[in-house]
Write a protein that binds this ligand. Structure first.
Ligand code: ATP
Ligand code: MG
Length: 564
């Protein structure tokens, strides 16, 4: 493609709200144009990269016998009602009505429609396992679309679905996708970790996220240096091996007036205990029921763990009035004489001794409280993991890193096939609900993730397989006849040999061309300049910055060598 003919509006102007390096570079390199918040036009260069990513995805899906199809974005409310998600998805689901007032969702994912698609079409165990995928636009009304292509309202996703007649078959396919995903991210030259994760709104239990490591990432990954353990902080388990109860002398519980102490640190100091022996009580309303959660003063509640422990969905802090109805008062909550609620505690609480806690009375705390002095209906792992905690596999202390979720694989089990009531006949002619899996990749998000990891002060440096073109051919001065002639010859020669070339044939100054070439970041530059008359050109490797003078006859060979 000739640069004078395509549309690559490079610019120095970057909007103030572009925080992420990738967002800035996408704009500077003329790859995207924002249409509205979280909605973008992918300009030709970005579109080329998307096609490259799709090609890799297709090859790796083909290798695991997953077949491509295309489902509608416009999805009838009736299917979303059937799965129960019309009510559960909240404001994130984009909803609209047609002229007959029938409801629709704009697809944020497609479990419902894939179920509807196979219903009565896949009827026998002989057709299983079945793997289908699509690469399609998705919509989610994100609270805060941001960071360029990382969090959009409209984005491109690859979503795959699998159908099975046994959990073993599902696990086998899950492992196929896991490997295919690893291959895809390897080919895109991403540094990533596959981490244990939460199954969120999709349901299911066994799941991994693929997290590309990047400071700008919104997810925190918990890992150890000692093993391949890695988990999303949302689910990283805190094991009881972290705690121990020392030898201690049990003291007598008493009430202490704490009139002016507000923060947990002040209370702990006043009560004469370290903050991990100052108990805090959190009042929550979950699905309309009240809970008192007991924790060590310095720990943070993990809401996902709380929801799992209590099997609840809709959780918020209790109001002062609700806390009053529990017989307590804000800032002084504790387990003694509490009412109208379920009391649960974090596992760490079992290992607190001679500790303080709120007395459910304004201005008072108990001190020298011990395990067994009060009632708790259950102990669970409820807190956020902290750096230095022992990892779940006990291999060593955990560290944190930031990640961008670029994909996720799920074992769904029978959740959807049961709610949507889709069945096949087994070898005995009995009707059974399918076991299902689903597998997603953030195609447009990948552009940003790649750029986050592959850039320098001059611009983007595309990995070979993701590059929008393989070669950037620069004619330094198009007014010089021998330069233009040699450039055109090379352009034709390379294209005839199936090399993807972007040919900078613009009547721009050399400096502008060089800067643009580095900014756009095509891995190889072929520069046709002053020595064109001697059939000598320069080859520049974008990543190393290394340059070499070569004969124009050897260009094709050099290019082939680089991309072999
Ligand atoms: P997140 O936690 O980042 O909101 P998710 O877990 O809700 O993502 P999935 O339902 O697992 O997302 O979707 C599959 C993939 O689609 C994700 O791994 C991610 O790469 C991509 N994706 C999800 N939401 C967005 C979005 N708003 N913009 C761009 N890509 C997205
Ligand atoms: Mg996810």
């Amino acid at each position: 493609m000739k640069q004078s003919k395509t549309f690559i509006p490079t610019t120095r102007e970057v909007p103030a709200n572009a925080e992420a390096i990738s967002h800035k570079l996408l704009i500077k390199a003329g790859m995207v144009k924002q249409v509205s918040a979280g909605v973008y036009t992918y300009l030709p260069l970005a579109n080329n990269v998307i096609e490259k990513i799709k090609k890799i995805i297709r090859e790796e899906h083909d290798a695991i016998d997953s077949a491509e199809l295309l489902m509608p974005i416009l999805q009838s409310q009736e299917y979303w009602e059937a799965s129960g998600r019309w009510g559960k998805m909240g404001d994130e689901l984009m909803r609209l009505k047609d002229r007959k007032d029938a409801g629709y969702a704009l697809s944020p994912t497609a479990e419902e429609i894939i179920c509807q698609t196979v219903n009565n079409m896949v009827t026998s165990y002989k057709q299983l396992p079945l793997n289908l995928y699509q690469i399609q636009t998705k919509f989610r009304d994100e609270v805060r679309p941001r960071l360029g292509l990382l969090r959009c309202k409209e984005f491109i996703m690859k979503d795959a679905y699998s159908f099975h007649d046994s959990p073993e078959s599902l696990r086998e396919t899950y492992n196929d996708y896991y490997r295919a995903y690893s291959n895809i991210y390897d080919r895109l030259e991403l540094k990533y970790r596959a981490v244990q994760a939460d199954s969120g709104n999709i349901g299911g239990s066994y799941t991994h996220e693929f997290q590309a490591l990047a400071e700008v990432g919104e997810d925190t990954i918990v890992y150890t240096e000692e093993s391949d353990y890695a988990a999303n902080i949302e689910t990283a388990k805190v094991v009881e091996e972290n705690y121990s109860l020392p030898e201690f002398e049990k003291k007598e519980r008493s009430l202490l007036e704490t009139p002016a102490q507000e923060t947990i640190d002040e209370i702990a100091a006043y009560c004469g205990v370290e903050v991990n022996r100052a108990m805090k009580g959190l009042a929550l309303n979950a699905d309309g029921n009240l809970y008192l959660v007991l924790m060590r003063g310095n720990d943070q509640l993990n809401e996902i763990k709380f929801k799992k422990a209590t099997n609840t969905f809709d959780v918020r802090m209790a109001t002062p009035e609700e806390i009053e109805s529990m017989g307590s008062v804000v800032g002084y909550m504790g387990p003694f004489d509490i009412k109208n609620c379920t009391v649960i505690a974090d596992n760490a609480v079992k290992y607190m001794y001679n500790h303080s806690c709120g007395a459910n009375k304004k201005g008072f705390h108990y001190i020298n409280v011990n395990h067994g002095d009060y009632e708790v209906s259950g102990y669970y792992d409820l807190r956020m993991i902290e750096e230095g905690d022992l990892a779940e596999d006990l291999s060593g202390p955990v560290k944190f890193a930031k990640g961008i979720e670029v994909g996720q694989v799920f074992e769904l089990g029978k959740g959807y096939s049961e709610s949507m009531d889709i069945k096949y006949l087994d070898a005995n002619g009995r009707a059974n609900h399918f076991y299902m899996g689903c597998y997603g990749i953030g195609v447009s998000r990948l552009l940003s993730a790649i750029i986050e990891q592959h850039n320098d002060e001059n611009g983007i440096i595309w990995p070979k397989e993701a590059a929008p073109y393989q070669v950037h051919l620069l004619c330094v001065d198009v007014k010089k006849e021998e330069q233009l002639k040699l450039s055109e010859e090379l352009y034709k020669h390379l294209r005839d040999n199936k090399v993807e070339v972007l040919f900078d044939d613009r009547a721009e100054r050399a400096g502008v061309k060089f800067n643009d070439a580095d900014l756009i970041g095509i891995p190889l530059q072929i520069i046709v300049g002053k020595k064109a008359g001697e059939n000598t050109v320069e080859i520049k490797y974008r990543r190393s910055g290394e340059k070499e003078e070569i004969s124009s006859d050897s260009v094709l060979e050099k290019v082939k060598q680089f991309y072999k």
